[in-house]
Design a protein around this ligand. Structure first.
Ligand code: PMV
Length: 378
């Protein structure tokens, strides 16, 4: 028998096109509305976690990007460990009942957890989503849990709401559920990563600073004070979820783009409707919206769709055939690159030109797969 047990996995980032904003239960991370996201390729954005269980470890320890963190200070990490241990312990009992005499009591061992992102943490790039998804998935692999990905998503959800969606590749819905215990608030896959290969995401990193107001606090203010949120969760999102699922299944970019932009706008509108108001967009974000609008006005169909999370960074979805053109425009207006070519019909002066470095980094990526088990550990 080995002295220790170890697994290493990776998990992707997801970017919502129907936003989660509002908790009906803060400790269980139960949302006030369902949401839907696109999982992005792990080639560019990925969390990686190694977990080792060893009977000789005197306590459970955690390193994030090489720096040790206090596990006992994070209730959310504790909850994920507790839940995964509970499932492992049930599994151990079942193995024993089935007559398996060599069951390793992994549920009782302390853990050493190392986790890294290959992109800036907390920069509005959903690092908590990929981080918690990776953590829960790795623990489930270490424990050989027989549970489905949707069942595991219930655990990841308790780490960070949006993390539940990073357990799947492709297009993923987080169904809000109706139960008070959260047992039906989980992620389900709408379509896999091969479904719509023409879809491209352009991530415009406007700021890599940590966001001013974290999502948990922001959501609490919105739930308490915004009357617009009530309209959003009761009247808007349920219908929008259905329309978005259809748009994705039909690969209907026109419908997908309009729903995506409208939903991002409404999320930021409920932030502004909170009291005190919450602002995540800045002048550069708003100019990116302007650029996408002007670009869309050059055609009778939508060619691009912007979306923003709790920060100023933009994610622009487009189709492969338009991606080079759009990259050229972003470089011209926000990255200080002089380009001769602008698309016909695009009014050059309709968008303000910002100084070089306004968009610090432009990441071009595609729809990607879900968590993976890998060999080389941290
Ligand atoms: O999972 P959290 O608590 O980081 O909240 C994420 C909220 C948004 O990114 C703004 C929207 C979403 O659905 O991902």
């Amino acid at each position: 028998m080995p002295d220790y047990y170890e697994k290493t996995c990776t998990a992707p980032v997801n970017i919502a096109v129907i936003k989660y904003w509002g908790k009906r239960d803060v400790s269980l991370n139960l949302p006030t509305n369902s949401s839907l996201s696109v999982t992005l390729s792990q080639d560019n954005l990925q969390s990686k976690t190694t977990i080792r269980a060893d009977p000789s470890f005197s306590k459970t320890r955690l390193w994030l990007n090489g720096v040790e963190e206090d596990v006992s200070a994070s209730k959310r990490i504790q909850t994920c460990i507790k839940e995964a241990r509970r499932l492992r312990s049930l599994y151990e009992q079942q193995l024993l009942r089935d007559g398996n005499s060599e069951v390793v009591p992994l549920s009782e061992y302390n853990l050493h957890i190392c986790s890294e992102n290959n992109f800036p943490t907390a920069a509005g790039l959903a690092s908590s989503a990929s981080g918690f998804a990776c953590f829960v998935y790795t623990l489930a692999q270490l424990y050989s849990l027989p549970n489905s990905l949707s069942e595991l998503s219930i655990i990841a959800r308790q780490g960070s709401g949006s993390a539940c969606r990073s357990l799947f590749g492709g297009f993923v819905a987080w169904e809000m559920g109706v139960n008070n215990d959260g047992s039906d608030s989980m992620a389900v896959q709408i379509a896999d990563e091969h479904h719509w290969p023409e879809l491209i995401a352009l991530i415009c990193v406007v700021s890599d600073a940590k966001k001013a107001i974290g999502s948990t606090v922001g959501m609490q203010v919105t739930v308490k004070t915004s009357s617009l949120l009530k309209e959003r969760i009761e009247c808007v999102v349920p219908k929008r979820m259905e329309e978005m699922v259809k748009a994705i299944k039909d690969k209907d970019f026109d419908a997908f783009a309009e729903l995506t932009m409208r939903d991002s706008n409404q999320f930021h509108a409920v932030c502004l409707d909170s009291f005190p108001p919450i602002f995540y967009l800045n002048d550069i974000s708003r100019a990116i919206i302007r650029l996408v609008e002007e670009y869309n006005s050059t055609s009778c169909n939508y060619k691009a769709a912007y979306t923003f999370d709790a920060g100023p960074n933009a994610v622009i979805y487009t189709l492969r055939e338009n991606a080079d053109e759009l990259v050229g425009l972003i470089k011209r207006y926000f990255m200080g690159e002089e380009r001769e070519q602008i698309p016909s019909g695009f009014r050059a002066d309709a968008v303000p030109i910002f100084e070089e470095g306004s968009v610090k980094q432009l990441i071009r990526t595609t729809v990607g797969d879900g968590p993976r088990v890998i060999e080389d550990g941290l």
